[in-house]
Write a protein of this length. Structure first.
Length: 354
């Protein structure tokens, strides 16, 4: 029996007026996905049943009131609210935001207590999810608060991995956040996740410059010379294979990114624009650095196509597959770490194969 069959994948529903519920249902319409894991959606079974009929999908839904009632081979829906919700596709709604947050926070509680093994989140709307109880710009900040470790937003595909030094920060404020300590912290988290989650023993990491042309020796900004370069040099001297800073336009334009195991971008769009250009549809957002695994698709709520049956589940499926692979990789790393001799044996094995 494949070990993945034992993995319980918790799923938060996302904004109910967006494409989140649709892509969840479509992902599990293929029974082969249900052979890999046991999914538990934190939502309401009546709502999912209504949407199943609306989109004319063939999904085996099973309503439960406790996670231990989840059955393999079915899309289990844990009832986390009972009140009826009328879907208004494509519309911003405080109520849909409230229920999206409820689904996410309940799923996070289950993740913390090991009731689920991994968490996959459908997209929320950052504005209508705000409240006195949830004042976060997205999932990552809340997970950082609730789980152990230091969160790093890491976009992952078969072609590249891009992490962010700063995440949902206004562009006008980015420079003041880029400090030697921030760079050191994020590089440490990225290096560890590449080793334990992606099985890369000596990862090579590139850091992008903050200013155009990395400041052109201070003509277009001094931060690259005064903050980023000295920190990279210090880290390299300490044994971490980190390089840069690189001007992001030429770095991606001439495909230099292919020479590295991962990249750290200074701010959100600097990393996500090239990532989505190269990997859109197969990309996954992985919250690295925490003691639990959470992934999500690399797109938003899709209000413009919500309810039309047009949403593609590809990225959501990749998020599920990534969560399963990451879970198994981390389990293996922990076993090997307890027995260092096994790590040496695996390295020797790898060298023979190469």
């Amino acid at each position: 029996m494949d070990k993945k069959e034992h993995i319980i994948v918790g799923i938060s529903i996302g904004d109910l007026n967006g494409i989140g519920p649709e892509i969840i249902l479509k992902a599990f319409e293929d029974n082969r996905v249900l052979e890999l894991c046991t999914p538990v959606v934190f939502a309401n079974v009546k709502l999912l049943s209504f949407l199943k009929k609306h989109f004319e999908l063939n999904v085996n839904i099973h309503g439960i009131d406790q996670i231990n009632q989840a059955l393999p081979g079915k899309l289990n829906v844990l009832n986390v609210w009972k009140d009826n919700f009328i879907i208004d596709f494509g519309k911003e709604s405080p109520e849909s935001g409230k229920l999206a947050v409820l689904s996410f926070t309940e799923a996070t509680k289950a993740l913390k207590t090991d009731a689920i093994d991994v968490l996959v989140t459908a997209p929320i709307h950052k504005y209508n999810s705000q409240s006195d109880q949830f004042a976060f710009a997205g999932h990552t900040g809340y997970l950082q608060q609730e789980l152990e470790g230091t969160a790093l937003m890491l976009l992952v595909s078969s072609q590249l991995r891009v992490g962010l030094l700063t995440e949902h920060v206004p562009v006008a404020d980015v420079a003041k956040y880029i400090t030697p300590q921030l760079i050191k912290n994020k590089v440490a988290v990225l290096k560890k996740t590449l080793q334990q989650d992606f099985k890369i023993n000596q990862p090579k990491i590139a850091i992008l410059g903050l200013n155009p042309h990395c400041g052109d020796q201070g003509v277009i900004g001094k931060e690259d010379d005064t903050v980023i370069k000295p920190t990279i040099a210090e880290l390299f001297d300490q044994g971490t294979y980190v390089f840069g800073p690189y001007a992001s336009d030429s770095f991606f334009g001439n495909q230099t990114y292919k020479k590295f195991d991962a990249i750290l971008a200074c701010y959100h769009d600097q990393g996500l624009i090239p990532f989505k250009t190269i990997s859109f549809g197969e990309g996954v957002n992985f919250t690295a650095g925490l003691n639990k695994i959470r992934t999500s698709p690399d797109h938003g709520t899709g209000f413009d196509i919500a309810g039309k049956g047009m949403a593609q589940a590809d990225s959501f499926l990749e998020a599920i597959y990534a969560a399963l692979d990451l879970f198994e990789a981390r389990e293996e790393y922990q076993v090997l770490s307890e027995n260092p001799l096994k790590i040496v044996e695996k390295q020797l094995e790898s060298k023979k194969m190469n």
